[in-house]
Design a protein around this ligand. Structure first.
Ligand SMILES: Nc1ncnc2c1ncn2[C@@H]1O[C@H](COP(=O)(O)OP(=O)(O)O)[C@@H](O)[C@H]1O
Ligand SMILES: [Mg+2]
Length: 458
């Protein structure tokens, strides 16, 4: 398969054009041959007529005196040989070459033109008959004139060659001009390539489509759309790094204060113990924040990379997360229940899906009052894998629901948390081709978080 645009376009043009030239060459050769034959035959017949004019009766017998003019007609630069013979009705030779061959079959149509050979050379000949009368007598006289075919061939060539030459010239021009034209016309594409290739990573301005051929506009538009998306993405990344740094700065400052305070304490001071407990809490919080940040980055890179996914049973993931959460629920006297279908297969990353489930259940346990109820539901519904975490806690006010999936967004600042949990849930669901939404529970009590993922067939 040829992959050069130039070569392919050339092929598209050359193959049909060459076929056309071959066919028209054949046709024009035929036309040239017909014209040449017509002219030659006409000349042959003219000379046969001239010869027969001069056959007459002399003393009661037929006599032929061949005028030189009859043969002069053939004087040509090609040195054709002319032969003739004149026969009387009874086969008597009146003049000319006796062994000049007659037409192979007699024909009703007069005169008879035919191809033959004489003296080892191919000839074209005419046989022409006429009845000659003399005082009541009539005798048939046949004149045969033959001629070698050099001038006929020369005439065909003369008629045909210029046409052939013109057509081959046209083919040659196509071979020359198409690559040349393409090279010139592809220059904007090369310029576009340079424009894209020479860009700095941070140079995210759209490409200016001035002076571009209309065929290239869609490509430039597509590249510009891609650049616009990259720009938004880059801005989001910058914002994320700024937010993350900001979030990490607070516990780091706290850690500095706490360690400073501890270092000033006496070895047996009970406050030292409290200070160290504080240090541990703060570093735990930082570890959690870092973990969440890593998870978010991982979920995002999974969305952009080709999904290296395996078959994961969502039920199994939910069951194992519930097992880990049992103690946390018990501590808060929360009734942790489950309604799990046999097997809900999805394609994805097990670790990320586990963090999605864990964040939802952790939120439900964390924000529901002591003695509350949290239920995890997992089943296939309408051809989708559905995971629901239902609680009977305070829920999320309607105006805040639109924001809870944003990074670092928290409804109430007085509880512990990073504000990244639902952002992770959202990103993981998206990178698995699914969605998540939160709604108020039955009778406006509690929260229902619903995740839908494409179910894996088979
Ligand atoms: N089950 C829930 N009940 C009530 N409020 C919730 C629940 N889940 C999440 N929220 C609210 O949504 C906010 C964002 O949740 P999340 O992204 O997990 O961050 P975090 O839990 O670290 O605060 C929380 O601060 C909380 O106010
Ligand atoms: Mg949370």
């Amino acid at each position: 398969m040829v992959h050069s645009l130039r070569a392919r376009l050339l092929l598209w043009l050359l193959v049909p054009l060459a076929a056309f030239v071959v066919v028209t060459s054949g046709v024009s050769y035929d036309a040239a041959r017909q014209t040449a034959d017509l002219l030659q035959d006409h000349a042959l017949l003219d000379s046969a007529r001239t010869i027969i004019e001069d056959v007459g009766w002399v003393d009661g017998a037929l006599n032929a005196t061949i005028p030189p003019a009859a043969l002069e007609l053939f004087e040509s630069p090609w040195q054709d040989h002319v032969f003739y013979k004149v026969l009387a009705g009874n086969g008597r030779l009146l003049g000319g070459a006796p062994d000049l061959p007659p037409p192979s079959a007699s024909s009703a149509v007069q005169p008879v033109f035919y191809d033959s050979a004489y003296a080892g050379q191919p000839i074209r000949a005419v046989a022409y008959e006429r009845l000659l009368y003399d005082s009541g007598r009539a005798e048939r006289v046949t004149v045969i004139v033959g001629k070698t075919i050099a001038s006929r061939q020369a005439m065909i060539d003369g008629l045909w060659r210029p046409q052939l030459l013109r057509q081959w010239l046209m083919l040659g021009l196509v071979v020359l001009l198409v690559p040349l034209g393409l090279t010139l016309e592809l220059r904007p594409l090369m310029k576009l390539k340079d424009d894209v290739a020479d860009r700095e990573p941070a140079q995210l301005e759209p490409i200016r489509p001035d002076h571009l051929p209309s065929e290239l506009r869609p490509i430039v538009d597509a590249i510009n759309q891609c650049i616009a998306r990259l720009k938004v993405h880059a801005a989001m990344q910058r914002q994320f790094i700024a937010d993350a740094a900001h979030q990490l700065r607070t516990p780091l400052a706290l850690l500095t204060t706490q360690t400073q305070f501890a270092s000033q304490c006496d070895a047996h001071d009970p406050a030292l113990f409290d200070a160290l407990k504080g240090v541990r809490r703060t570093s735990q919080k930082m570890a959690e924040l870092t973990n969440q940040l890593l998870l978010l980055a991982q979920a995002e890179s999974m969305a952009t990379s080709s999904r290296a996914q395996t078959r994961v049973d969502l039920t199994e993931v939910v069951a194992s997360v519930l097992e880990e959460m049992v103690h946390a629920a018990e501590r808060r006297d929360i009734d942790l229940g489950a309604d799990l279908a046999e097997c809900v297969p999805v394609a994805g990353n097990k670790g990320l899906l586990a963090s999605l489930v864990a964040n939802l259940i952790d939120n439900a346990i964390r924000y529901t009052q002591n003695g509350g109820r949290v239920t995890a539901i997992c089943r296939c519904e309408e051809g989708e894998a559905m995971l629901q975490v239902v609680d009977n806690g305070p829920g999320i006010p309607a105006e805040a629901r639109a924001h809870v999936f944003e990074r670092f967004y928290r409804v109430a600042a007085d509880t512990e948390g990073t504000g990244l949990g639902l952002a992770i849930v959202h990103q993981v669901a998206r990178s698995h081709g699914g969605s998540v939404n939160v709604a108020a529970g039955a009778e406006r009590v509690g929260l229902v978080a619903t995740v839908r993922l494409p179910v894996l067939a088979g």
